[in-house]
Design a protein around this ligand. Structure first.
Ligand SMILES: [Zn+2]
Length: 137
């Protein structure tokens, strides 16, 4: 598991992701998603945002194509560590989701803090390169 991804995943599991809704309480800013301007909760921050969902879908198609139709099981795994994906070995699933979360997280903050455009294809490329750096199961 990617150590930085583990930290981000812990924030997801403990529901401590600083979403726009929470940030707006501390600093005056819009409580909505930076990208699509919809209400931003944990699920939206991680995957439901129409800008972020294609990233997760692309990664699932690449690494778990037979399980793509059971996306809800992966989301349950991601948000609650429930129903681990059956066809993807657990070790590989932990690697894949920790890397994906880390890159969504880091690109999100690069966009918000430094104005780096949040581009799905760049993020998917970064995820693929990072996953390749892990040994095959
Ligand atoms: Zn959004």
């Amino acid at each position: 598991m990617l150590p930085n991804g583990r930290t981000t995943w812990y924030k997801v599991l403990s529901n401590t992701i600083p979403s726009q809704h929470i940030l707006a309480k501390m600093h005056p800013q819009a409580p909505t998603c930076t990208y699509c301007h919809q209400h931003e909760d944990l699920a939206h921050f991680v995957y439901q945002c129409p800008i972020k969902l294609p990233i997760l879908e692309t990664v699932l198609v690449m690494y778990a194509p037979l399980d793509f139709l059971t996306q809800i099981r992966y989301l349950d795994f991601l948000l609650y560590l429930r129903h681990p994906p059956s066809r993807l070995p657990l070790k590989r699933a932990l690697t894949l989701f920790s890397v994906t979360l880390h890159h969504i997280w880091s690109h999100h903050w690069q966009c918000k803090i430094h104005g780096v455009p949040f581009q799905g294809h760049r993020i998917v490329r970064a995820i693929v390169n990072q996953v390749r750096s892990f040994p095959l199961d």
